[in-house]
Design a protein around this ligand. Sequence first.
Ligand SMILES: Cc1cc2nc3c(=O)[nH]c(=O)nc-3n(C[C@H](O)[C@H](O)[C@H](O)COP(=O)(O)OP(=O)(O)OC[C@H]3O[C@@H](n4cnc5c(N)ncnc54)[C@H](O)[C@@H]3O)c2cc1C
Ligand SMILES: NC(=O)c1ccc[n+]([C@@H]2O[C@H](COP(=O)([O-])OP(=O)(O)OC[C@H]3O[C@@H](n4cnc5c(N)ncnc54)[C@H](OP(=O)(O)O)[C@@H]3O)[C@@H](O)[C@H]2O)c1
Length: 449
Amino acid sequence: MIGAGSSGIAAAKALHERGIPFACFEASDRVGGNWVFANKNGMSSAYRSLHINTSRERMEYSDFPMPRWYPDFPHHTHIAAYFDDYVEHFGLRERIELETRVERAERGPDGVWTIALDSGETRRFDALVVANGHHWDPRWPEPPFPGRFDGEQSHAHHYVDNEPFKGRRVLVVGIGNSAMDIAVESSFVAARTILSSRRGAHVLPKYLFGRPLDQIGVNRFTGATPWALRKRFLKAAYRLGVGRVEDYGLPRPDHDLGDAHPTISADFLNRLAHGEIAWRPNVAELLGDRVRFEDGSVEAIDAIVWCTGYKVTFPFFDPDFVAAPENDLPLFRRVFHPEIEGLFFVGLLQPLGAIMPLAEAQGQWIAAYLRGEYALPGRDALRADMERERRRMFARYVASKRHTMQVDFDSYLHELRRERRAGARRVREHGFRLPIPARARAAAGAGAA
Ligand SMILES: Cc1cc2nc3c(=O)[nH]c(=O)nc-3n(C[C@H](O)[C@H](O)[C@H](O)COP(=O)(O)OP(=O)(O)OC[C@H]3O[C@@H](n4cnc5c(N)ncnc54)[C@H](O)[C@@H]3O)c2cc1C
Ligand SMILES: NC(=O)c1ccc[n+]([C@@H]2O[C@H](COP(=O)([O-])OP(=O)(O)OC[C@H]3O[C@@H](n4cnc5c(N)ncnc54)[C@H](OP(=O)(O)O)[C@@H]3O)[C@@H](O)[C@H]2O)c1
């Protein structure tokens, strides 16, 4: 397994409790990935003030509740401590090899994976679980905007706090959650804060009617309820509780509520309404110490923060073997590689909701498969399923590199449970067999992993 962030540790626990031997390699000196502020691995995008935007009860693993004294939206220090406690509680600590970066992962013709580590050591395995995260490799605007900018430019990935913005004129580009948090923080110290975006967004509050928004109306039937019905309810609640973003000074979104990755902020619309943040359309041209926007307006700017998202990359794979051009890597239910046997991904999805419970379910699914308790559908059915999923996703969500692996939290879990039942039925019908023969140990000889 590559990575011991919140996805890797959930999958590690699933393999561990099913008695499946594994090693988990983690580049950092501790678990928790993105949630470790100033992580030694240099990959965390967390900033000093970061709080989760999916509520505690929607984010916690099913069998390890977050402490009830935690607030609904805890700080990153609480979240990192929670992941650390999880590893301790389930006895995973000694299964995770810290400060061990996977440099290369190759699959031989016999199906055995050779894993090259930064220590110079190589190890061999029968299957590979990739949980290396997808919010650490900054995506700068592609292609770059025309012109030249003489002030300071940074990407949200490198943002730490608003200290450098004091008294300056700051431009924040993008309208995802990084842009929300950074624009709000900037607005308290900067001389001027402008947020530029190429479309509008339904900015969701963290609370509505005194409850975390992501918990409203959620029950055990939610996953089976058609999205169209849930959307009607959500739209009505939003209209009542928030109103129209146009009335706060944002453009009318070109999409319906729920048809883009949620942009969540308790403060952004207030700061906009207070005039502490100004909205502008997309950048048209960089003019040295000024920026021209698509509406023709020009602003003097000292610093630009590009909150333009992240690239999905796997530096340990040969790009001709596995890559995600334009952030797109088609997988069966976001886990199984359709062509490469014994290759699984965990946490490689963007939910409307938190990633952790989904990563947990994915880990359990992989464990069931490796134990021979779940069988995949036949090749044609699997392909057809993937195509159906992709058609559905691309039809619903705004065309963007941030919507290439979008899932709906409750529907995903519901459909995964159904698929697991179908896979168990296939095992009963076709007979039990272990899907991946144990070859690595034999190939490596005595003493190998
Ligand atoms: C600012 C920010 C806020 C977010 N807030 C939320 C939120 O509120 N709720 C939510 O659900 N999601 C949120 N996310 C999404 C985020 O992706 C998840 O919270 C979570 O971090 C995903 O966990 P992960 O384990 O998949 O990836 P990561 O947390 O990125 O962990 C990946 C791990 O893999 C290790 N690794 C990578 N490559 C290698 C290698 N080659 N060898 C060995 N180890 C390697 C890394 O060191 C790291 O520990 C946020 C993202 C960002 C950027
Ligand atoms: N508090 C929190 O919990 C928190 C904070 C920050 C981030 N996050 C999470 O971290 C992940 C990444 O969020 P993010 O906001 O960094 O990235 P993101 O969600 O991918 O958003 C990127 C934004 O940049 C825009 N953009 C991309 N390329 C552009 C270009 N060339 N020109 C103009 N605009 C461009 C996108 O617009 P289009 O939509 O038009 O493509 C989008 O508005 C998400 O899962 C998010 O929820 C959470």
